[in-house]
Design a protein around this ligand. Structure first.
Ligand code: ARG
Length: 280
């Protein structure tokens, strides 16, 4: 058997999570570093804030802990907190951003971790955009490359976390981060959903081999950024426009929760991008 599988008769259970989020107080689209970003399109900031608060409140209502990172006026993409680090077993792998516009976010995250009692912190030598490109399953650390994170960051992450890294090549610029094309549904059992066309043929074959039972997303659902979702093992919070994913998730015993993060979509991110999981 290649991967951890799950007893299909066992009920789904939510595991309480700890998340790090950053309010979009200074969110705007003034530069374009992914195809979703069009500086000509206005952002409704109060609406962006309300949508983000809705997500934060939803996590709290589900019993999860949400920690907050102080937003900075000079860092409009800071709301996408998933990109600032990767935390597994309390070990923090810092980020190193591909674009200068976001470079300073890495230090802001490291400062937060140092101030909050995290001691095992690794400042990376190679470019990696945190959970944008790293996804944790029971057996693996899935790692995207092609647009942002460097392939060299994969070895660095494997060495630091001591988990087998599976490198995956992203080939479609709309799915520039792994978390725009793949979502871990159950991290105790190697269960994922993904959009095959976002990956190279070889990476697609690897995913099919490791995750034969994955939920496969359609082009429409991927295009609604439906894979930019967060699961606690039972509830799957996902962009509400990804209507085709709701039934397959329900059939597997998950509870899909549609969220409207339409303003943040203008920055190329949604639920998962706004949410960094602190695995302590
Ligand atoms: N505007 C941001 C960027 O292009 C969006 C990041 C989205 N985050 C994510 N985890 N995919 O870097």
């Amino acid at each position: 058997m290649l991967s951890e599988t799950r007893d299909l008769s066992a009920p789904r259970v939510a595991r309480p999570r700890r998340y790090l989020m950053c309010p979009p107080a200074h969110f705007k689209v003034t530069y374009s570093i992914n195809p979703w970003m069009d500086p000509a399109k206005p952002v409704d900031l109060p609406l962006a804030l309300a949508q983000w608060e809705d997500l934060r409140d939803r996590y709290r209502a589900l019993g999860h802990t949400v920690e907050l990172l102080e937003p900075r006026p000079d860092l409009p993409d800071m709301v996408f907190a998933a990109n600032g680090a990767t935390v597994i077993d309390g070990r923090v792998l810092g980020a190193r951003f591909a674009h200068p516009e976001r470079e300073a976010e890495a230090a802001a995250h490291l400062d937060w971790f140092r101030a909050h009692g995290f001691t095992e912190i690794h400042e990376p030598s190679h470019i990696n955009e945190g959970e944008g490109d790293f996804a944790v399953t029971a057996s693996y650390l899935l790692a995207g490359r092609g647009f942002r994170s460097s392939p060299l960051s994969h070895d660095e992450a494997q060495e630091f976390f001591g988990r087998p890294v599976i490198g995956l090549d992203l080939v479609d610029p709309r799915y520039y981060h792994l978390d725009t094309a793949l979502c871990v549904l159950d991290d105790s059992a190697d269960e994922i959903m993904y959009y095959p066309d976002a990956f190279s043929p070889g990476s697609r074959a690897v995913l099919a081999r490791l995750f034969p039972d994955a939920v496969i997303a359609s082009a429409e659902d991927a295009g609604a950024l439906g894979l930019n979702a967060v699961s606690d093992g039972l509830h799957v919070l996902l962009p509400q426009g990804a209507v085709g994913l709701f039934s397959p998730l329900r059939e597997r015993g998950f509870v899909p929760v549609g969220m409207d993060l339409g303003e943040l979509l203008k920055g190329g991110g949604s639920v998962k991008c706004c949410t960094q999981e602190l695995r302590v």
